[in-house]
Write a protein that binds this ligand. Structure first.
Ligand SMILES: Cc1cc2nc3c(=O)[nH]c(=O)nc-3n(C[C@H](O)[C@H](O)[C@H](O)COP(=O)(O)OP(=O)(O)OC[C@H]3O[C@@H](n4cnc5c(N)ncnc54)[C@H](O)[C@@H]3O)c2cc1C
Length: 527
């Protein structure tokens, strides 16, 4: 059977693109290397009786347009807002922040007289800047040079969005886009506790020093979302992140999209400079005039296409496109509830149902980064955690049992002294557990199983080059009209018929659906 379009990869963006292409009247086939669709938005049983979102675990950035247009709620998508943030440290201090301003003021005043007020101002700056960024997400970024009326219109729209900010907001917007996090931290906050918390906010999806210009952008990128109308909120998807991609797949199949799992693409077939099909690892070939890559830029251009088919300068630029995020992901299967030293108790309480950030200080963030840059896994890492089973009781078979998600930063892809992750994984896991035990004394007693995914495992499992969870660093010279390259930032590529639809294209990483939707719209507009 012939198809109008083949999508390589059934990550959430590949599935999103497939849906919109089918809505545009195209016959579409999606090829996924794994046994299951979803890419990094997937739910799996990682230990008998224990299921979890094994990679990404919270939703906020997924565009409402995608949720509505693909009718994801009709296919089972349901989200609960995570209403509070819990910030314990090994000194026995903690902060527990929620939507109640008076409560938050009381919490923060234990550490500083001024940081609560500063936090309110800072959050507003981030929200305003985020709203400018967010309106760009579903627009094709304008071409850097040349381009047509469409690019001109999008440039004017961007200009108008920025003009809506007053002059002080514009300056703050630039600081967030281009400045180092440390400048913002020192400008706004006085207490070590709040400085630590803001420093840690820069770590998801990012791998940069607090002193690096441009490293604040990752924090902004993660602040532009919303859940159920709550701007900046994050939510837990019922059944895990896989419920999003299962809903996307079902929605696509109802539109006639064919999805093949265990179908690993070995190469894109190029005929006289045009993509005409794909060759699978098992030797089979499928042909279509449109090939849409959900794979990251490095994998797409250098492995599936091959530098020999690309303009030399373009291939060289893709080689140096920075893909790394130094993330290690752990899923814990627990026979009971973590009992935090700073807030003891094994009955489910607000702090268990919070998003949990374990960070000791601002220096902890910087030292963790510097350690990873030397090839040494941060000890201790910065840990983003969640106990999703306290909100969603479908994740474990036995009542009273729990799953816990840990995203540990910074963990380098390349280890020092020729060490290999397959030999180091267990040692690093035990080291992390030792650290956790200082905050959660019962953690080893309740541990019944675990899954530890190193940066190398993330690469092997999901095809994310160097384990980069965003398919490319979220830094200013890799964003917007140059992501991943000026000649591929509008989803079309130097190879006719080949398009990008994954997180390596605008607007970047996270479970957003934006690159998938934008790419499909581009393809349909060119027919
Ligand atoms: C550990 C971790 C934690 C994260 N936490 C969050 C979070 O909490 N919230 C959030 O919003 N974002 C989070 N992210 C980021 C987010 O999950 C990703 O940026 C996003 O899911 C990427 O989606 P994608 O569709 O662009 O690509 P992917 O999800 O990477 O999908 C690409 C697909 O292509 C397939 N593929 C690769 N090579 C081939 C091939 N040769 N042939 C066929 N198929 C192939 C892969 O198997 C995969 O299914 C996290 C990511 C990770 C890894």
């Amino acid at each position: 059977m012939g198809f109008d379009a083949i999508v390589i990869g059934a990550g959430h963006n590949g599935l999103t693109a497939a849906n919109y292409l089918a809505m545009g009247g195209l016959s579409v086939c999606v090829l996924e290397q794994r046994h299951i669709v979803g890419g990094a938005a997937v739910s799996e049983e990682f230990h008998p009786g224990f299921r979890n979102s094994i990679a990404s675990y919270l939703v906020s950035l997924l565009r409402n347009e995608v949720i509505e247009e693909l009718r994801l709620e009709d296919y089972g998508y349901k989200v609960t807002v995570v209403e509070s943030g819990f910030y314990p440290d090994s000194d026995g201090n903690y902060l527990l922040l929620d939507g109640d301003a008076a409560h938050n003021e009381a919490q923060i005043s234990r550490f500083s007289d001024s940081d609560f007020a500063s936090m309110e101002v800072f959050d507003e700056i981030v929200a305003k800047a985020g709203s400018v960024l967010s309106t760009q997400w579903l627009r094709e970024p304008p071409k850097l040079h040349g381009g047509g009326l469409h690019d001109l219109v999008n440039s004017i729209k961007l200009g108008l969005d920025i003009r809506k900010l007053d002059s002080d907001d514009r300056w703050r917007f630039l600081q967030l886009l281009l400045g180092p996090p440390n400048t913002l931290i020192e400008r706004w906050f006085e207490s070590d506790k709040i400085k630590a918390l803001i420093a840690a906010r820069t770590t998801p999806g990012n791998y940069a020093s607090l002193h690096q210009p441009g490293a604040s952008l990752a924090m902004l990128h993660h602040a532009v979302g919303e859940v159920a109308g709550g701007k900046g909120d994050w939510g837990l998807v019922h059944g895990g992140m896989g419920a999003i991609t299962q809903a996307m797949a079902a929605s696509a199949q109802d539109k006639g999209v064919v999805i093949k799992t265990n179908a690993s693409v070995k190469s894109v077939i190029i005929d006289e400079g045009r993509a005409t099909g794909v060759r699978l690892e098992d030797g089979a070939e499928l042909h279509a005039p449109i090939i849409v890559a959900n794979t990251d830029p490095n994998r797409t251009f250098l492995k599936l296409v091959g530098a020999e088919h690309l303009p030399e300068s373009f291939a060289r630029d893709i080689e140096i496109f920075r893909q790394e995020s130094a993330s290690l992901r752990i899923n814990l299967a627990l026979s009971g509830l973590p009992d935090f030293a700073c807030l003891p108790g094994t009955e489910i309480a607000q702090h268990h149902r919070s998003s949990i950030m374990i960070v000791e200080s601002k220096d902890h963030v910087e030292n963790a980064y510097q350690s990873a840059r030397r090839g040494i896994p941060a000890a201790p890492p910065i840990i983003d955690a969640l106990i999703p089973s306290t909100i969603d009781d479908t994740l474990t078979d036995e009542p009273g049992t729990h799953v816990m998600s840990l995203l540990c930063k910074y963990m380098p892809y390349d280890l020092a002294d020729g060490k290999h992750w397959d030999n180091e994984k267990e040692r690093v896991f035990e080291q992390i557990l030792d650290y956790l035990q200082t905050l959660i004394p019962n953690i080893r007693d309740i541990l019944v199983g675990y899954q530890c995914l190193t940066p190398l495992d993330l690469e092997r499992m999901f095809g994310m080059t160097r384990g980069d969870i965003s398919h490319g660093k979220l830094e200013p010279d890799q964003m917007f009209s140059v992501r991943p390259h000026p000649d591929a930032a509008q989803y079309a590529t130097p190879i006719d018929g080949l398009y990008l639809c994954g997180s390596g294209a605008h607007p970047g990483g996270g479970v957003t659906g934006a690159p998938g939707r934008n790419a499909a719209k581009k393809i349909l507009s060119q027919r």
